[in-house]
Structure formats: structure tokens, C-alpha cells
Design a protein around this ligand. Sequence first.
Ligand code: BGC
Length: 682
Amino acid sequence: MLDPDARDLLAALTLDEKLSLIHGNSKFTTAAVTRLGIGELVLSDGPHGVREELEPHTWNTARRGDDFVSHLPCLSALASTFNVELAKEYGDVLGAEANGRGKHVILGPGLNIHRGPLNGRHFEYLSEDPHLTARMGVPLVQGIQAQAVAACAKHFAVNNQETERKTIDVEVDERALREIYFPGFEACVKEAGVLTVMGAYNKLRGHWCCQSDALLNQVLKQEWGFQGAVVSDWDAINETLEPALGGLDLEMGSDKCPSYDEYFFAKPLKAALEASKVPLSAIDDKVARILRVMMHTGVLGARRRGRVNTWGHREKARQIAEEAVVLLKNERGFLPLDLDKADSIAVIGDNAIQVHGRGGGSAGVKALYEKTPLDAIVARARQGASIDFAQGYARDASPEQAAKLRALAVRAAKRAQVVVFCGGLTHELDREGFDRPDMKLPFGQDELLAELFDANPRTVVVLITGAPVELGDWHTRVPALLQVCYAGMEAGSAIARVLFGDVNPSGRLPTTYPKKLEDSPAHSVGEFPGKDGVVRYKEGLFVGYRHFDSNRVEPRYAFGHGLSYTRFEYSNLELPARVNPDLSMSVKLAVKNTGSRAGAEVVQLYVRDVESSVPRPLRELKAFAKVTLEPGETKNVELPLAARSFQFYDAEAHTWKAEPGTFEISVGSSSRDLRLNGKTEI
Ligand code: BGC
């Protein structure tokens, strides 16, 4: 299994050298074994761009001038594109920049499921849906690893909140684990051969995820055949024996230990070996796995030459940001704005001038630059157009200051032909180590918007957030509404290009937008963030739209929703009457662009088991395709389905099972805008 060179190395390493390879020797590196030509393994956050350099032994910035990078959209934004090719290209950029910055392992992607909207790290994760998470996660990992850099699927598993993140114990049933929380990880292991997986801080059913034999040895390594190394989350382990035997391979960031020599996988592990509590084979297995990562990433040979901040990387960042913009509402074609008619525009709101890159925690990026919406609107507007800016609200404003900011904004709104309001959240609220206290728009934005609509009903709202927010009463009055998750260095350009129609929006919600917090599943069962150190996932499988649809709760905006400046017509659904014996099948249909602009449609296929012996969601996404069409153009689309499209996890038999009977196949533009329906049989 191990490459012959790595096998020779393993045989040549002394015990102390082996131990030095399985724990950190600075915040983000392991020790080198110079005698054998083994360099340091250099790990780095993060998922949205290579993290800035820190001092080797502290969390302080190294204050370097050579660590600016391309800042890609956050993973929730990437998922909004529903574009698997872009996910691959995102990985290519990240991998190339990792090489350019001397990193071997990129600590991403984050594959945790959006269980609820308050999670401070919501923006770091892709979706509430396991299929979308897996389909975007796989090419992303492939892209990173194609650059001879290791990706790291994190945080395994059920790390769905930041409140008490280092201690919370998750109680969740086996089906929900297998059908909702695991598939992203499973696909990245089986299909992308992800080289590292990061264990989560939290416990699962009473066992710490970084030392759980059931999770790491049995599921990840034995069942799924994971060949790479399991890395602890930073400072996630508290002892030696259980993690050493439980499947953890690399201990990182143990701040509680006084020195690297005293890390749990250093002297204490040597003592455990000498006391025959841990076999040498367990240590050898860890080293072999780490050597495998090193072989792929050039630690043992020549590193791939990388590049940072190329023009191509910036263009890619812009393209992803553009496809990530979701047009939630557009009454009577209010958008795009006509440049010739928009003589005076008031840009209002703090997020028109905010940059977000460095915020959020470990996913922060020291961006080469960040184009704000205001910069981009000014650059794009017609020569001679007057553009006014008013901040409108501010984070730390006193009541008097807030009233003054509102009055100035209202004055600007009254004078303008059209208002573009840029609000939402910032990384003060969307951040690691903290969950939002509620789903409301902060800093008095609801009050401000009410006044703005009185002053000028021609107000477009652009929400820049990492997660859904509750939309105030102004929502009924807004003619056009855009949702953009933190979209990287080119976020402003993407927003301006959509507003002015240079780009036809094609983003879709990767996660349901609830009307109010209590509607979302974890909150509807009163289980966020748990009680007395335990959070019970009582909603089970019914996460995201599976809950909204099956329990008939009306969302504000449905999973998969997103409008275009053109229209698409669906026809000619073709599906076989019976599923193939291996449970595969192919569904065909035609999509036509019936409008007058080129655009891209996200064709979504949902499956429903009409009658089942176990509870199953009303519909589940099992395939999608992004199709670009010129005006009047028609394309045939083929959507393949595989066994998992029909199966559920039989927790008693520990196996996937499809029951004979009828399955309904629905195809459409969102989970609630289904255009074609058919039936097939197993
Ligand atoms: C986070 C990880 C991150 C690590 C290193 C932890 O606090 O949970 O996602 O990769 O720190 O910065």
C-alpha cells in the first residue's frame, strides 16, 4: 500500500523521529528529519485563501508584507453557484496559491452541514443539503490536490455550532448521521481521495470526535477506506491513549501542553508504548499515513512551483462571486438598472464600504485587495451620473449617532432616482467561536429600511451575510433583493455587474431562508444550542428543506431558489419506467431560454419515495446541472441517478437499502418551483 520509498523511510526512522512526525512542532508545522531528507510538513488555513503568516509559536500575526493573497468567495458563496466546474477551479486557485506560499496542506474545505442559521461558521460551510455538499466538495478537493497540495475535509463530524464547541456532546440518530451529516465527508474520501481529514472539537454520543474509534477507525478508515491522515483540530485532544488508539494520526495545536515535547503524541505516547499500552504498529500506521501526505505534496521531493495573486486567480475569484449572487426577488423587472436612466444613485449602508476578508476567525484572508460595492458602482456607473453615499447605520453608533446617520441616509434617498442599500451582517457576528444571538438584521437596519422605503420606494436591497437573516416588514415593499454571501476580493464588482445587467444572475440558495428563527428545524424542536452540555438533534433527518417541505412550513425563500433576468421553459421529461438492477438511471429533459438575454439555469432533480416503511423526506435533491443558454436556445440535459438517489440507511442492518415501489422524480428551478414530474419503479 505504501510507496516503496516511503516504506524504506518508515524502516529507517528511529522511534523518536517517528514521534516527531505525528505532532506539531510549531503552530502549523511538524518537525523535519533532516538526516533522512524529510522536511517540515506545513499546514495552513484556510478555505477561502491561504491564511496570513503567523508567528511560529503564537497566534499573533507575523506582520509580513509578502503574504497578501487572492481572496476567494466563502464556501457558502461557492455553493450558491451550483457550478461543479467552478468548485474544481476554486480548488486549483487555492492549491496554486498554497504552493506559492510554501504550504503543503490546506485546512479546508469545511463540510459541516448548515443545521441552523445562527452558527458563527455558517459561511465556512457549503449547504444544508448533503448532495450539494458532496457534489461541490469533491471537485474542490480534487482541484486543491491536483496542485500537489493536500486538502483537509473538516470538521469530522457534526460540528454544527460554535456555542460550547469544545465540549458539546451531540446526540444524533444513525440515519441522520449517514444520510445528512456524513455524505460530504464520505464522497471526499471515496471519490476525491482527500489526503487529510480534521477531527472536530465536539463529542459525538459521548466520545470526542478526535479520538473516537467508532468514527475514525471504523467508519472513516475501515468502511470508507480512508488512506490519508486524521489531523486533530487545534488543541482538540486532552489525553494520549484514546486518540492514539482511536485513529488520530497527527496532533496539532495542543496549547495546554507546556512544550512540543510534552504534546500527547510526544513523550507521553513514548511512555505508553514502553508500558505496552499502545503497539508500535499503531504509531507506524500514523507515520505511514503522514508520509503518504508528504509524498503527494513534495515534502519528500520537489515542491510544485506555485503562483499567488495572478490575474487569472482574480478573474476566477470574480467569476465565482458573480455566479454566487442570488437574486431573491425582482418585481416587474426592476433589475437590471438601466445605466442611461440611472442619473443619480444613492448608495446607502455600511456594507457598501466594508471589507470582510480578515474577519471570521481561522478562515480570515489577508486579501491583496477587496473591491467594495461602492467602489464598483462608482466605477461602473455612467459618466456624469451622480452617486451619493450615506453610511445609514454603524456598528457602534449611540442612539443620537444612529438617528443622525438615518436622517442623512433618508435625505440622500429622497434626492436619488434609485437607491442601492448594502447591508446585512459582518464578521463581528459571523465568526468562529461564537453563534449569533438571533436571526435579526443588526445595527438598526430594519428601522432604517422602513424609513428608506418611505423616502424612496425605488430601493434595491443587497444583503451581504454569511447566513440567512430575518427580513423585516420592509420585505413586502422591496422591489428587488439580492443575497450575497461574503464573496471575496471581487464581491463588489460582482454585485455591481449584476445590478447593471452585465451579468445575468444565476446563483441559488444552498440553504433555506426561513421567515423566522423558530421555523428552522433545530429551533423548532428547541434544540439549539442544547442544554447541560448536550445537544439532541431531535429533528433527525429533517434538516433544511427536508423539514420545511415535509412539515409544511412556508420558508421565506426556498432551497435552490434564485431568479434570472431571463426565463426558462422545461419540457420533454424522459425517464425509464423501471430503475436499472444496479439502481442507476438517467433522466432526460430539455430546457429552453425563452427570454431575450443569455443566462444560466440550475436544473434541480428531486426524488421522493412514494411509500416507505421508514419516514423519508418529502423530496431530496439527487442531481443538478447548470446550463448556460443563449436567448431562444434549447439544450437537452441528462441527469444521472445512482443507488444512493433511492436508498435510505437501514440503521439496524447497517446498510443502504432501497425498497421496491414507486419513486417520484421532480425536476425544476428550485425545491418549490418544480416544473416536470414523472414516476419510476424499483
Ligand atoms: C479551527 C480549524 C482551524 C484551526 C487552525 C481551529 O480553531 O476550528 O478550522 O483549521 O483552528 O487555525
